[in-house]
Ligand binder design. Structure first.
Ligand SMILES: [Zn+2]
Length: 84
């Protein structure tokens, strides 16, 4: 009889950045979530990673000049398929 697959804290820590990126396959992401639900240490680590990424995202946002932002918006608009 084999025990259900579980992840060690080490594995979870290695997978967290991919998990936050949505880069894990669904079954691995489920294993990470199951571990996080039972392991306060890893849950805290995930929260810190999430905040760090949020801060980096805010910095990137601030560094965009108005012209760059306007250019990106125009580019995104052009990417959308025309309405029928
Ligand atoms: Zn853990």
């Amino acid at each position: 009889m084999t025990p259900p697959p579980t992840l060690s804290c080490q594995q979870v820590v290695e997978l967290v950045s991919d998990y936050l990126d949505g880069a894990l396959d669904p079954s691995t992401a489920t294993l990470v979530e199951e571990h996080l639900a039972q392991c306060p240490g890893c849950a805290t680590y995930l929260e810190q990673m999430r905040q760090t990424i949020g801060l980096l995202g805010a910095v990137r946002e601030d560094q965009l000049s108005e012209a760059t932002r306007t250019g990106l918006m125009a580019a995104f608009r052009d990417l959308r398929p025309p309405r029928p």
